[in-house]
Design a protein around this ligand. Structure first.
Ligand code: ADP
Ligand code: MG
Length: 259
């Protein structure tokens, strides 16, 4: 089966020029991302992961190379992307439903049907009772779910997740990674997930890309195949798969984290 390529990253290089001098952040990255897959990206802190996501999103222009989305070169920042960052970026003065429809409102696509759709999605993902609440009345994990729903309503071709759970405590992180992993698979989304958590990368991704230290280049790409006993592949169940430990050790070694 030949999958459809959503993103082609071609010979990307990035050098930042500042008053202090030059910083080479990315060197010669080539990667294809296929429809419906979740690609995890791990690498040492400061190696260039966020820079790579910003380039893919068209937020910054690479020094060399190009990005093709659905076969076409990107024009500045276009709207087929969804983002999720460490901070949920919800507006405190807006209710949950008002936050969720904000993106649609900005794009001039908010009508009755879209509003109903948003309400339904909140309902489906356990937030129906909170639609008239304000963000500060929700837990961190719930707020991240709201942020994801807001993003999904825009029907992005590609989701870019930059350490989206790292501000949450460990328990919440496990639970929300599980929920979001399930949502992404159910909605058949293509996603790039940057994380510094090796277990999170393994349990959520179809492939894990390991980057070198700065300037980031691809050290290795590992296909993740986990046998989940129940047949239902949820991130939490994946952690119990017998192969999990093997992948963990392999990535840990490749990352070469010396303390
Ligand atoms: P990561 O997300 O992997 O931690 P970043 O992509 O944020 O790494 O940063 C990679 C390198 O590029 C770092 O050395 C950082 O200091 C530098 N860098 C990031 N953004 C800028 C910028 N706007 N101007 C200059 N240097 C930058
Ligand atoms: Mg970063």
């Amino acid at each position: 089966m030949k999958e459809k390529t959503v993103v082609e990253i071609k010979n990307i290089g990035m050098i930042y020029h500042t008053l202090e001098g030059e910083t080479e952040a990315i060197k010669d990255i080539n990667l294809n991302i296929y429809e419906g897959e979740i690609v995890g990206i791990v690498g040492p802190s400061g190696c260039g992961k966020s820079t790579l996501l910003s380039i893919i999103a068209g937020l910054i222009k690479p020094s060399t190379g190009k990005i093709l989305i659905n076969g076409e070169e990107i024009q500045k920042s276009c709207k087929n992307f969804g983002y999720m960052f460490q901070k949920d970026q919800l507006f405190q003065w807006r209710t949950i439903i008002e936050n969720v429809v904000l993106g649609l409102e900005i794009q001039g696509k908010l009508n009755n049907l879209a509003y109903k759709n948003a309400e339904e999605m909140l309902e489906n993902y356990g937030l129906g009772d909170f639609k008239h609440s304000y963000p500060n009345q929700l837990s961190g994990g719930m707020r991240q779910r709201v942020a994801l729903i807001r993003t999904l309503l825009l029907e992005p071709d590609l989701l870019l997740l930059d350490e989206p759970f790292s501000a949450l405590d460990y328990q919440t992180r496990l639970a929300i990674a599980d929920e979001i992993g399930i949502i992404l698979k159910q909605e058949r989304k293509t996603a790039l997930l940057v994380t510094h958590d090796i277990s999170e990368a393994i349990s959520m991704s179809d492939r894990v890309v390991i980057l070198t230290k700065r300037p980031a280049s691809i050290k290795e790409i590992i296909n993740i195949e986990l046998s989940c006993p129940t047949g239902i592949r949820t991130p939490m169940k994946c952690r119990e798969a017998p192969e999990f430990r093997h992948y963990f050790n392999k990535i840990w070694k490749e990352l070469d984290v010396h303390v």
